[in-house]
Ligand binder design. Sequence first.
Ligand code: UTP
Length: 290
Amino acid sequence: MLNVKKVVIPAAGLGTRFLPATKASPKEMLTVVDKPLIQFAAEEALDAGIKELIFIVGRNKNVIEDHFGKSSELESELEKKNKTESLELLKQVVPEGVTCAYIRQAEPLGLGHAVLCAASAIKDENFAVLLPDDLVKSESRGCLKQMLEEFEEGIDAILAVEKISLSESEKYGIVDPGTQRGRVIDVNGILEKPLAKDAASDYGVVGRYIFTPKILSFLRDLPAGAGNEIQLTDGIASLISNSKVKAYEFEGVRYDCGSKLGFLKANVDYAVEHPIIGSEFRNWLKGRTQ
Ligand code: UTP
């Protein structure tokens, strides 16, 4: 297993599918029950042992910095009121030893461009990329942790994939798979948002990646691709031509929280399991669906 100490968390997209909620606050701050998507992302990285968080932020950057920054006023109010549990929750947002850096993407030119914005912070180290709007709920180990266990010498990228319905191929990067061993699949090629008839498989890439720094040089000179955006997928396609790239079929359920339907499903699934409101919510839900 190779060493990965840094994660890039892109949060500079426009979030148009969630307007007007995303007019003044980034999509990544939408909450599933009581926690913002971006905090789920940070927790998944910490679960994988990654302690350097690099956030790519856009026009509403302060909201994200404020969430992960120290809130001295709120903390002293909670202390005064003896609200120890709430205070503890606040302290857990950024545990001891974790560092947060914020890099501005001046214009949302695409995910590939967002990752490239982090180049000066990544330097020549391996790094992960974690998209907060893909929320993965897994029983034992987080998705990124599972992937890290497969990231070995000789591999330059590992991408999380899941089987998708081919009618939705135009929403995903689709991999051309080679040999599969357990959950690990060789990747022979990748195409961003192909028509179903052009899709090499029904393996769609979801928002988890681990890279060696080699990807950065491929992203540098990349022209705009699908949707006129600089696509991370196109950078990976170039990387595949002279490097070993693997896909990993993760264990867990993925919610596409960039879409309203996926976001609502995540809220329901997390709410029914919530330690405080879960049982009451389940009863209420049963009543509604009868
Ligand atoms: P999406 O493709 O979901 O785009 O981005 P979006 O703009 O956020 O949402 P819609 O489609 O307009 O509703 C996937 C991830 O990549 C980040 C987003 O913040 C999200 O985490 N992203 C995308 C950037 O950081 N910068 C970009 O230029 C594009």
